[in-house]
Design a protein around this ligand. Structure first.
Ligand SMILES: C[S@@+](CC[C@H](N)C(=O)[O-])C[C@H]1O[C@@H](n2cnc3c(N)ncnc32)[C@H](O)[C@@H]1O
Length: 268
């Protein structure tokens, strides 16, 4: 586990997760539409506190939500829909998870870039139905008018010093020979309103800006700088955001050689 991936083990990061905007409803329509086999069982890898698993569970037969962070899973169990009878949580690295397929769909929301791909695919592919798809899902705010002013603050405090904005994780997995990529789409944008204070907490849910990685003074200074930057854009302390998700999917394949090559580091 890299140092940044380890930040998901922190309680405050799991707690800050509730400030991330939800995935647009269209994501779940698309996911359900990609299931063609029976049984309609889903494997959610790097499930976190269930932003994908919890809303998906009522629409499928079963969801296995796997995450190696106990705090994330505990937060997910407590959140709305976290106790559905067809949603099974498991605290484990996906590459060693106890799987109970066959699964007709594998979902990876902002998670697969953290995983050792060969080991992960070697673990999951034997548990899939013949037409099962793996879907890589990312989402976030787009066209934020304050971004140019915010970026230098994020860069100053981020624990991740290299960032390649052109990196596309689904393409990288395809190039590794592990995914026959067949589709990609963006959802329609969805309006979302969030207070400046909650937006700042959302930033602390990212691995590179976790509160546990900052001293109390640094966290205070970070919060103040972000607050000063965003306040002019807020109305009564509330920001108007536009949320978009991107989905890429295809048929995962069994790695040919020995397992264990780590994915390139990339934080979310
Ligand atoms: C950015 S969060 C995304 C959580 C959730 N899927 C979502 O969309 O909100 C990434 C999650 O992947 C988990 N994770 C990273 N590597 C993992 C691994 N090898 N096995 C299981 N979980 C892992 C982390 O603990 C974290 O909860």
């Amino acid at each position: 586990m890299t140092e940044l991936a380890a930040t998901f083990q922190y309680e405050a990061v799991a707690e800050a997760y509730r400030f991330r905007p939800p995935y647009p409803d269209e994501v779940f329509d698309r996911l359900v539409g990609l299931i063609t086999d029976e049984p309609r069982r889903v494997l959610d890898i790097g499930a976190g506190e269930g932003a994908i698993a919890r809303p998906l569970a009522p629409r499928v037969e079963w969801v296995d939500a796997i995450d190696f962070s106990q705090h994330m899973v505990d937060a997910g169990r407590r959140r709305t829909g976290g106790d559905q009878p067809n949603l099974r949580w498991q605290v484990s690295p996906i590459e060693k998870a106890d799987l109970d397929g066959p699964y007709a769909l594998v979902t990876a929301g902002a998670s697969i870039h953290w995983m050792p791909w060969e080991e992960t695919f070697a673990r999951i592919v034997p548990h899939l139905t013949p037409n099962a798809q793996l879907v890589v899902i990312e989402h976030g705010a787009v066209d934020e008018p304050w971004l140019d002013e915010l970026l230098p603050i994020l860069e100053r405090h981020s624990r991740k010093k290299t960032h390649d904005p052109s990196f596309n994780v689904a393409d990288a997995i395809r190039e590794r020979g592990l995914l026959e990529l067949t589709g990609t789409t963006r959802t329609a944008r969805v309006a979302y309103r969030q207070s400046v204070a909650d937006y700042i907490e959302k930033l602390h849910s990212t691995s590179s800006l976790a509160r546990e990685l900052m001293t109390a003074d640094e966290a205070t200074s970070f919060d103040r700088s972000v607050e000063q930057t965003l306040s002019p854009y807020a109305q009564d302390g509330v920001l108007d955001l536009s949320i978009e998700a991107q989905l890429s999917w295809g048929r995962p394949t069994q790695p040919p050689g020995p397992a264990g090559t780590a994915a390139p580091e990339h934080s979310a």
